[in-house]
Design a binder for this molecule. Structure first.
Ligand code: PBG
Length: 326
């Protein structure tokens, strides 16, 4: 007898009925860049369609997201001043802290507010931690990361997402939050984060490229699989609530493997370079933008992610409304 899997593909109603991967708007997280200043909405040159917003302009974007059904955002701050200690990261009046208070004031609990916890946007040298000579000094950095996470929680963050890749930071942040009665604030840790060329446009957007050297002493070598599993398991042990795999597109194997290995949700971060590639290809007429966006998103969910961080969040919500994804 001929096996006939094609029988299930014959018509659209049937195809939809047996679909294995379903996408829901509640799984989407939109990364937003907030900066100092007033009345600013400036396009990021390497990420057409993405902007840096001053705190007074940010609510217009948040409103559009909410209307589209994207109710979860992750904040990245662009401070005016940077210093050796990255003090803007944990300043009560830092840019992210101000953005959080404003978002909470205007949207109440209608939006779920996540923050990226890292030093690289705030340090004059652009590294993700304190320096000792030309090396990042892991343990003293933990104190500042914990302080940053606490200041975000105090300003209204619903969840914190450490992206620095220092060893032991999930535990340090968990302890700091717990001791200050933020036991209910979850940690979404960038556990499996590779040193990647895909972050290029983000570093333009945030002005966070390292002034010297690279991030290879703390972000992972893209040739390695086991190292990623180890990072994931360590973060689970330290108390992470959700694990991020990043980037997404070239790392779908890691999304699958990590989600098979851990008992907590996995998030995939489709990073700035993925966005830039699609936009550039579409602009040149080489690819069909919407189909690429759809396949990239569904690919990550199919690989096992239950959360998808993407600059295309609003676009994807629109594609879902049209039935192109769903
Ligand atoms: C901060 C951070 C980065 C990204 C998220 N958090 C940049 C980096 O590690 O260099 C990248 C996000 C993107 O490329 O969209 N450490």
């Amino acid at each position: 007898m001929i096996q006939r899997p094609r029988r299930l593909r014959g018509n659209a109603v049937l195809r939809k009925m047996v679909r294995e991967t379903r996408v829901d708007k509640s799984s989407l997280v939109y990364p937003i860049f907030v900066r100092e200043g007033e009345n600013i909405r400036e396009e990021i040159p390497t990420m057409p369609g993405q902007y840096r917003y001053s705190v007074d302009q940010m609510p217009f974007k948040l409103e559009a997201l909410k209307r589209a059904g994207v109710g979860r955002v992750i904040f990245f701050g662009i401070p005016d001043k940077k210093d050796e200690m990255g003090s803007g990261a944990y300043d009560e009046d830092g840019i992210v802290q101000k953005a959080l208070r404003e978002a909470r004031k205007q949207f109440g609990m209608d939006l779920y507010l996540i923050t990226d916890v890292c030093m690289c946007e705030y340090t004059s040298h652009g590294h993700c931690g304190l320096l000792c000579g030309h090396e990042v000094d892991n343990d003293p950095t933990l104190l500042l990361l914990a302080k940053t996470a606490l200041s975000h929680a105090q300003a209204g963050a619903d969840m914190v997402a450490p992206s620095d890749m220092m060893d032991g930071r999930v535990l340090a942040i968990r302890n700091e939050l717990d001791q200050n009665h933020f036991t209910n604030v979850p940690i979404m840790s960038y556990a499996v984060k590779y040193a990647s060329g895909f972050y290029g446009p983000f570093r333009d957007a945030a002005g966070s490229a390292p002034a010297f050297g690279d991030r290879k002493s703390y972000q992972m070598d893209f040739h390695n699989r086991k190292e990623g599993i180890k990072e994931a398991l360590t973060d689970v042990e330290e108390g992470a609530d959700i694990l991020i795999v990043k980037p997404a597109l070239a790392y779908q194997d890691m999304i699958r493997e990590v989600s098979d290995r851990v008992e907590i949700p996995v998030a995939a971060y489709s990073v700035s370079g993925e966005y830039a590639m699609v936009k550039a290809g579409a602009k040149l007429g080489y690819i069909e933008e919407e189909r690429m966006i759809a396949e990239m998103a569904v690919g990550s969910f199919r690989a096992g992610a239950s959360v998808y961080l993407t600059y295309f969040a609003e676009k994807i919500a629109g594609l879902m409304d049209q039935g192109i994804i769903g």
